[in-house]
Ligand binder design. Structure first.
Ligand code: NAP
Length: 326
């Protein structure tokens, strides 16, 4: 038996229960991984509330990302060995546990130079930043990008990666205290979008032309001003809805405001097979090993205290990556 954070019903942080669960031996294609750290992601909050339908049934264990050590290996798995350090991100939850079974095809080996802690703090968020800046909208040196929730987990990876690519970054944050964090991690400009206009700043910085791309994980609270911050044929990349679901998009608005592009991407469609997963994680490990991008771990909680981490992330109190120590 191992300990895990399970939900029996959807709801607030109080539905997160610390329970004992059985972990069977790995079946064909599976690994048994003893977790060292689980990465908390905002999507866990949405899954907990029942607003993101990925759980096949309840009760279920939350968590989309973890690092750990391979303890045993199922039939047909040839690319991992017992004792190897691995990290994974999977839309199929279950990472809030001391150990679990995971399909070997979603796990990758952690390079020697990267700690388990940094791997769990960076894999899902960093691979998200990777596909957003390189493949969703392949942004180029000299362009200007607007990044919402820039002090968040994905946000700080975006700021650093964009700086590495030579892009000017305007980052938005929900409180003045977060401004320094983004300015010291790649952003050129910081706006508190609860009290200042990111649209005005975007137009000032670009001398009225507008930014090339908006990387938006916030959704309805920022949609309208984001569209107005774009240059003609600019890209609105809405990859999250931290402020709630977006209303249906009006295609005529996209047309009249500059032949704009709108996309709502998911990482799984940028990691369609093992080759794409490895290419994406290798790009992430490369920028981390070169120290161009690092995991900013703002807070850590014991796995048993996952409810406290959920309270803090929903209250917008967290910075960068949040870890659960398994
Ligand atoms: N599509 C994909 O492939 C993909 C992959 C990973 C993550 N995501 C999405 O990306 C977003 C960021 O994920 P993350 O794990 O790195 O989380 P996070 O950014 O660390 O946390 C969410 C942040 O959103 C901001 N926010 C704005 N309005 C909010 C509201 N009403 N309630 C709570 N927070 C609000 C807060 O920052 P401020 O206080 O500074 O505004 C908060 O810190 C999430 O929406 C997530 O679902 C998408």
């Amino acid at each position: 038996m191992v300990k895990a954070i399970q939900i029996n019903e959807f709801g607030g942080p109080e539905v997160l229960q610390w329970v004992e669960v059985d972990v069977p031996s790995p079946g064909p294609g599976q690994l048994l991984v003893r977790h060292t750290f689980s990465g908390l992601n905002f999507i866990d909050v949405q899954v907990r509330k029942g607003s993101y339908p990925v759980l096949p049934q309840l009760p279920a264990i939350l968590g989309a990302e973890a690092s750990g050590i391979v303890e045993s290996i199922g039939e047909g798995v040839n690319n991992f060995s017992v004792g190897q350090r691995v990290v994974y991100a999977s839309t199929y939850p279950g990472a809030y546990s001391e150990s679990r079974l995971i399909n070997a095809d979603v796990a990758v080996s952690i390079p020697e130079s990267i700690s388990d802690e940094d791997a769990a703090a960076s894999f899902l968020k960093g691979c998200t930043a990777e596909y957003l800046v390189n493949r969703c909208y392949p942004v180029k040196s000299g362009e200007v990008a607007l990044v919402h929730a820039a002090a968040g987990g994905v946000g700080l990876f975006l700021c650093q990666w964009l700086k590495e690519l030579g892009v000017t970054v305007i980052g938005t944050v929900g409180s003045d205290e977060k401004k320094d964090e983004i300015l010291s991690n790649g952003a050129n400009f910081a706006v508190n979008y609860r009290s200042e206009s990111f649209k005005e700043l975007s137009l000032d910085v670009t001398e009225g032309r507008g930014v090339s791309v908006v990387y938006d994980s916030v959704g309805p609270d920022v949609y309208s001003d984001s569209i107005d911050s774009l240059r003609p044929r600019g890209y609105m990349v809405n990859f999250g809805n931290s402020s709630g679901p977006l209303e249906p998009i009006d295609p005529v608005e996209l047309n009249v405001k500059g032949s704009l592009f709108f996309t709502k991407p998911s990482m799984r469609f940028y990691q369609l097979d093992r080759k794409q997963l490895e290419e994406s994680s290798n790009r992430l490990f490369d920028v981390m090993e070169r120290k161009a991008v690092r995991a900013v771990i703002g807070q850590k909680y014991a796995l048993s205290e996952a409810h406290k981490a959920h309270i803090d992330v929903e209250a917008r109190r967290t910075i960068g990556s949040t870890l659960l120590v398994c």
